[in-house]
Design a protein around this ligand. Structure first.
Ligand SMILES: C[S@@+](CC[C@H](N)C(=O)[O-])C[C@H]1O[C@@H](n2cnc3c(N)ncnc32)[C@H](O)[C@@H]1O
Length: 323
């Protein structure tokens, strides 16, 4: 099965990671190794790249692409929230740079056959890691109405969440909902015709996104991952996160802000009395976005937002040489 993906903000991410020969960089979402290949070019001959992905097909694809440099590469099939364990198993204490390019690859959407897309008709699976027990079908068929409504409204910001949840409960009475086409039909029949006619996106977009986020626990692991990644960076090391929707970006932005905070005192106190030390400085005051040329060449890059943080030293000092 051919693995296809067009990397987003590739040059920008690799440049922000301050890659240089001899460095250790962790690509937490190795995918088709688009970012990783360029990282490797910049850290060879003696640098180390660790590539993590929770989709075993991505690990297989990355292994092929990175084969010529296999002595400098470790590829690990795991969730990036397990970063400390992954690094411990390899024997790495800390890294110079960590990258997470969130979301799905083109391969997962178009060719994996796991029902990530509302186009076509595939099993309702949506697992990035097919070893995990929870699928989109199990959520759709086993959650109660309130749970379904919460998933669609919280993760998909879907206006018609209540109606869609109610229609799922009504339809699944006789036979289980098992195909993407069934779910698209349910969404189309739950939303008022007027709303369908005026929608700028496919009416099932938000429901599919919400289910995918729930199946893969995408938002639940992100905040924890950021804390762990910062702990495993060397002073001066950088964490780059590329996200593709506002809920993810909000988590990154808020987590970075908390970790960069210099004082935890109550606002009522006239002077700072805490001994709190910030862990990072935020390098990207404004998030980095794809250029017009990149968006034209790859429309998927339109929603990409990259934020970058730099690990501070023990006394809150960052290494000279950054922006
Ligand atoms: C946008 S693609 C990455 C593409 C890659 N940067 C490239 O240039 O080819 C996102 C990848 O991250 C993986 N992924 C998403 N969430 C993950 C997680 N929590 N842990 C590990 N991998 C994850 C997905 O399986 C997918 O392969």
């Amino acid at each position: 099965m051919e693995y296809r993906h067009v990397s987003v903000l590739r040059d920008e991410a690799v440049s922000m990671l301050n890659c240089a020969p001899g460095k250790t960089i962790v690509d937490c979402t190795v995918g088709g190794a688009g970012h990783s290949a360029l990282i490797l070019e910049n850290i060879l001959p003696d640098g180390i790249l660790v590539g993590i992905d929770q989709d075993v097909k991505a690990i297989d694809a990355a292994r092929q692409v990175l084969e010529p440099c296999s002595e400098n590469v470790y590829l690990v099939h795991d969730n990036f929230v397990n970063l400390p364990l992954v690094l411990a198993r390899i024997g790495i204490d800390a890294a110079d740079g960590i990258l997470a390019d969130l979301g799905l690859s083109l391969f997962q959407i178009r060719t994996s056959g796991r029902g990530f897309s509302f186009e076509g008709d595939e099993p309702l699976d949506m697992r990035m890691n097919t070893n995990n027990p929870v699928t989109a079908a199990s959520i759709v068929n086993e959650s109660d109405e309130a749970e379904l409504e919460a998933i669609f409204s919280e993760y998909g910001e879907e206006r018609w969440a209540r109606r869609i949840a109610a229609e799922i409960i009504r339809r699944r009475g006789d036979t289980a909902i098992s195909r993407t086409k069934d779910l698209v039909d349910i969404v189309m029949s739950s939303i008022p015709k007027r709303a369908i006619a005026t929608s700028r996106i496919h009416p099932a977009t938000r429901v599919f996104m919400a289910l995918r986020i729930a199946v893969n626990r995408e938002l639940e692991v992100l905040g924890e991952f950021i804390d762990r990644a910062v702990d495993y960076l060397l002073p001066g090391g950088r964490l780059c996160i590329i996200s593709f929707h506002s809920l993810e970006d909000r988590i990154v932005k808020h987590r970075f802000r908390d970790l960069a905070e210099t004082c935890k005192c109550s606002k009522d106190l006239p002077v700072c009395v805490c001994t709190h030390e910030p862990k990072i400085r935020v390098v990207s005051r404004k998030p980095v976005r794809a250029s017009e040329e990149e968006v034209e060449a790859n429309p998927m890059s339109r929603s990409a937002v990259m934020r970058v943080a730099e690990k501070l030293g023990l006394q809150g000092q960052h290494r000279e040489g950054g922006e």
